[in-house]
Design a protein around this ligand. Structure first.
Ligand code: DNO
Length: 393
């Protein structure tokens, strides 16, 4: 597996030198300074590529080239935006950067309610708590139709939770949910998110899925020509939020997406923690079924609760069978080698990490993207990979 590390560019709290020291060989990054929808110029891509190369690393995956909301809804100027997306793919391919992650989540990218959930060892983890989310949706956002999305029990618990929150806690909850997490696209105020949710909610799930497939039909032929593989990131969490359509949450969704445009350039990002937040997603089985079209993996673990809540646990410890998953990925790489595939190595990154030590109190450290927490995850995963390789020899 190709060990990679997500880097948010020159203002990241983690430097390229540190990434190298952590042992990763590939960097996962994006040109976040370019507004969504505009073409990434060759010069800008090349400058980033060169900066990474100067540190003895390679730009392994682009995470993400974001998909503009107008493309997701096929509204407004979406045809011009698709042309721009195609051009960005050509520009990346021209410089040999050939894996691109994107997502098709409506309105909000990855979402958590608590960004500093204290674990018994005093590390801070990320958590999604359903009661808090519902409290926000029903009592703060006061979204039309919100109450119809939840059962009585949950509504009661959410009402009690909301009543118990202080003003500062309510404000923090709102910021956590709507202000956008690292690498995510959407950052809204309350009125803004309400309007955007209403716009997306007019588009039901099947039309939204059709829009995703239409987008793939528009861009995959260009990706093929450019030698680029698009790897869709799943919904995180993998169920509807704010009543919005979600179409990349389950193995069925992934199967339909791969079948809609059967090209090697139409591939998956297997984000273990996202798919794995549902107990009905069997990740090892997904690798066995979709393996040849998985080009990028995010490895992290979660502890799930029955109402959909979860927190991000230690990389090897949680409800996901991480050893089984890595084992299936190594089998897949073995098959690729035996078929002499051009890129037999699947790019993996240790996804998120706990905030530990001084990093926990440093507001500049991006939630989930600490140095020590991710290095711990990477080191543990590397150990698993080495051990599993050894028993295969
Ligand atoms: C969170 C990330 C996501 C991901 C995008 C991909 O940590 O996994 O923000 O980068 O959804 O487009």
């Amino acid at each position: 597996m190709q060990e990679t590390w997500r880097w948010f560019g020159p203002d990241d709290t983690v430097s390229l030198a540190q990434i190298r020291q952590a042992g990763a060989r590939g960097v996962v990054t994006a040109l976040d300074h370019i507004p969504t929808g505009e073409v990434w110029p060759v010069a800008d891509i090349d400058a980033r590529r060169q900066l990474i190369a100067d540190h003895g690393l390679v730009w392994a995956v682009v995470e993400s080239v974001p998909v503009h909301n107008d493309i997701k809804l096929r509204a407004g100027n979406y045809e011009r935006l698709i042309d721009n997306y195609r051009q960005t793919l050509r520009n990346l391919g021209q410089l040999g950067i050939n894996r691109v992650c994107y997502n098709f989540m409506p309105v909000v990218d990855w979402t958590r309610t608590n960004l500093d959930y204290e674990l018994p060892n005093k590390s801070g983890a990320l958590r999604f708590e359903m009661t808090d989310f519902v409290a926000y949706d029903v009592h703060m956002l006061k979204r039309d139709g919100a109450r119809d999305c939840y059962g009585h029990d949950l509504l009661d618990k959410a009402a009690q939770r909301f009543a118990a929150l202080t003003g500062a806690e309510r404000e923090a909850l709102e910021q956590n949910i709507i202000a956008g997490l690292p690498g995510g696209e959407g950052s809204y105020d309350r009125a803004g998110i309400r309007a955007e949710i209403a716009r997306f909610n007019e588009c039901g799930t099947e039309r939204y899925r059709a829009n995703l497939f239409a987008f793939l039909e528009d861009v995959i032929p260009v990706a093929e020509e450019a030698g680029v593989v698009l790897c869709v990131h799943p919904d995180d969490p993998p169920f509807s939020l704010f009543g919005l359509p979600r179409v990349v949450s389950t193995a069925d969704d992934a199967r339909a997406l791969l079948a809609a445009v059967p090209s090697p350039s139409n591939a998956l990002t297997l984000c273990a923690g996202s798919y794995g937040a549902r107990s009905d997603n069997d990740l090892t089985a997904m690798v066995r079924e979709f393996g040849e079209r998985i080009e990028f993996v995010h490895l992290r673990n979660v502890c799930r609760e029955s109402d959909g809540s979860f927190y991000e646990s230690e990389h090897l410890d949680g409800d996901i069978d991480m050893i089984g998953l890595v084992n299936a990925l190594l089998d897949q790489e073995g098959e690729r080698r035996s078929h002499a595939r051009r890129f037999p190595d699947i790019a993996m990154r240790p996804d998120h990490g706990h905030a530990m030590g001084e990093e926990r109190d440093d507001p500049k450290v991006r939630p989930g993207y600490s140095y020590a927490g991710r290095m711990k995850g990477l080191a543990e995963l590397r150990g698993v990979i080495y051990a599993l390789r050894k028993v295969r020899e």
